[in-house]
Design a protein around this ligand. Structure first.
Ligand code: CMP
Length: 141
């Protein structure tokens, strides 16, 4: 099915000037960018975005980090976009990420791992709506 997924270029990616290279991984992987914006989340907004991880030990660290600098929010569209985006990103921990993935290439640690991608159709719908209105999305399929 043609799906949409939400990806974020995290503060370490923006800070290290990797926006263009990260977008290239997605485009070369066959995904289409249908919406994009740069923004700097407040701590409260980061907490809301990652609310499903509220009980995790790394929640404070994660949300402080995500509010520490600008990020880029991207909606990707394509056949099986949710799984494809995750494949292009590689495993959460760069030490476990496959060769040729974004995280293997750029990530610094499990936390500073350069990109986020939705993990299910339900998360994708929620995460896209968190950042974008339907008017801001340009369907390309
Ligand atoms: P992301 O896909 O953005 O969703 C949740 C994030 O939590 C994940 O990527 C990681 O960056 C982060 N995370 C997972 N495990 C840890 C950990 N042990 N320490 C810090 N951050 C973590």
């Amino acid at each position: 099915p043609v799906e949409r997924t939400l990806s974020l270029i995290k503060p370490d990616g923006v800070e290290r000037n990797l926006i263009g290279q990260v977008l290239s991984f997605f485009e070369k992987g066959g995904l289409k960018i249908v919406a994009m914006k740069m923004l700097h989340l407040t701590k409260a907004q980061a907490e809301e975005f990652y609310i499903v991880h509220k009980e995790r030990p790394f929640y404070q660290e994660l949300t402080e980090y995500m509010a520490s600098g600008p990020i880029v929010a991207i909606v990707l569209e394509g056949e099986n976009a949710i799984a494809k985006c995750r494949e292009i990103m590689g495993a959460t921990d760069p030490a476990e990420a496959a060769e040729g993935t974004i995280r293997k290439t750029f990530a610094l640690s499990k936390g500073e791992n350069t990109v986020h991608g939705s993990d299910s159709p339900e998360s994708a719908a929620r995460e896209i709506a968190f950042f974008f209105s339907e008017l801001e999305i340009c369907p390309r399929s």
